[in-house]
Design a protein around this ligand. Structure first.
Ligand SMILES: *Cc1c(COP(=O)(O)O)cnc(C)c1O
Ligand code: SF4
Length: 449
């Protein structure tokens, strides 16, 4: 065990009680008494379709309740009427208002969800790896170097983002989940695939698991001493939604010791921290959590999607990146909101996204320019919008793959016809010809591992 002990004396254990609010008890949130009845009803309607969950840290520390109309964290965490198409909203609201049968409401909710592209980027068809012809549903292997692992107890979150692309995982339909209990399968797969150097443990949020349960996944992975495994990453939003996880929860020290042990084993350990707004970095407990994580030996890299109601402003990103670098984090990805769920509400057109990125990055030190520009996690790969350019008289959008199903596609600039409105790769058209270069051999789209 690593002898990780920093800061413990400063924090009384158990000093903060976690309180979750969700579909059954959300009306108990004291601050909601400030909102009018119509808004509460809208929240009820929308939360039938999109899972809703928040907690006392978010509502007591991150939201300005005197101005919820303009509050970025309220937009991030609470359901809004605009998240449903007007016709869907009216239909569902009508059923609820007239006290329709629960079965009827459930049926309508299911139909609406089906129209919201619950499984974007082929994640159910293309990315599930196989071992001896058995598929391994708790994993995804899309890019050569990195396997995603979804521990089954990590398939929820401390709170739910309104834009979450994993929402089907939280809606209780087990057929829609991909989760694994089987770290043994992961180890066997890694032995068979020496090209894999990174495991990204994700969810939901793996930091929702107790340190003991998390250790049950990580320690066997370390004990296997796989020569190809060089890096373990954890994707998490706990630094925003429940920073006590790393500071004064009962098993916070145990978690940091576990991360320390990964580093002691000679592996790189990275926390892929999800921050959407600079406000999330302000509280002392978040800053303590970041300091403790770093001292455990973990590196923190940050990522966020660009979200119209939350952070569609270069100053917001600039402030966020500067603050992150001040706190010792490495800005990593600016994503475009995935084409799922309430994409119509959250998305920003590609051209506008690129302008926000450019204006933001022009004002920060080189140490914050580590962040990759607006990127789409699309079916063929992660595509970055490089900018607007011209080929002769023609205005074009320049793009490139940061990751591709075929590593040969990576970093080759390619061009789309200029389109001011497009919000996703499938809305763009190639400048020449009718197909993209990466569609020339469609069989590659089917290749998985
Ligand atoms: C983003 C992503 C990764 C990791 O990509 P990096 O560029 O290495 O951070 C791995 N697998 C999938 C499916 C992803 O979407
Ligand atoms: S932190 Fe990630 S998994 Fe959790 S609700 Fe937000 S987007 Fe979804």
């Amino acid at each position: 065990m690593s002898t990780y002990r920093l800061n413990s004396a400063r924090h009384a254990p158990d000093s903060t009680e976690y309180r979750a609010y969700h579909a059954r008890n959300w009306r108990d949130i004291p601050q909601l008494a400030r909102l009018d009845k119509e808004r509460l009803f809208e929240m009820e309607v929308v939360s039938k379709v999109f899972p809703f969950k928040t907690n006392n840290f978010v509502i007591d520390n991150l939201i300005d309740w005197s101005d919820v109309e303009n509050d970025p964290i309220f937009a991030l965490n609470f359901p809004h009427r605009e998240m449903l198409m007007p016709a869907d909203f009216s239909a569902l609201a009508g059923l609820i208002r007239k006290g329709a049968d629960e079965a009827l409401i459930t049926q309508r909710v299911r139909e609406i969800r089906e129209t919201l592209n619950p499984h974007p980027a082929g994640q159910k068809e293309h990315n599930i790896p196989e071992l001896d012809e058995e598929s391994l549903p708790g994993m995804q292997h899309k890019y050569r170097e990195t396997v995603l692992f979804f521990p089954s107890q990590g398939q929820t979150c401390h709170a739910y983002c309104t834009f979450c692309f994993r929402w089907p995982q939280f809606t209780g339909d087990s057929a829609d989940r991909f989760a694994s209990r089987e770290v043994g399968n992961l180890i066997a797969y890694l032995r068979r695939h020496p090209e894999v150097t990174d495991v990204l443990i994700t969810g939901g949020d793996p930091m929702i698991m107790s340190s003991r349960v998390l250790a049950g996944y990580v320690r066997p992975l370390l004990a296997a001493r796989l020569p190809n495994l060089r890096r373990i990453r954890f994707g998490t939003k706990a630094l925003t939604f429940w920073p006590h996880r790393f500071v004064n929860d009962r098993d916070a020290d145990e978690l940091l010791a576990l991360l320390g042990d990964i580093a002691d084993a000679g592996l790189h350990v990275a926390v892929m921290a999800h921050f959407n707004h600079p406000r999330e970095l302000e509280s002392p407990v978040v800053q303590d959590a970041i300091a403790r994580l770093r001292e455990s030996g973990a590196e923190i890299r940050t990522q966020s999607p660009l979200l119209r109601p939350v952070n569609a402003d270069p100053v917001v990103w600039q402030t966020m990146w500067k603050k992150q670098v001040d706190l010792g984090c490495i800005p990593y990805y600016m994503f475009l909101a995935r084409d799922t769920g309430a994409h119509h509400h959250f998305s920003v057109p590609l051209v506008r996204a690129w302008r926000i990125y450019r204006d933001a990055i022009a004002g920060v030190s080189g140490l914050a320019r580590t962040v990759r520009g607006p990127s789409m996690s699309a079916t063929p790969g992660k595509v970055e919008v490089l900018g607007v350019s011209r080929i002769g008289p023609q205005k074009v959008i320049s793009l490139r793959f940061l990751q591709g199903r075929d590593p040969g596609w990576v970093m080759r600039p390619f061009f789309a016809k200029y389109d001011e409105q497009a919000t996703w790769l499938d809305e763009l058209r190639p400048v020449s010809g009718s197909r993209w270069f990466f569609e020339e051999r469609p069989s590659q789209l089917r290749a998985t591992a």
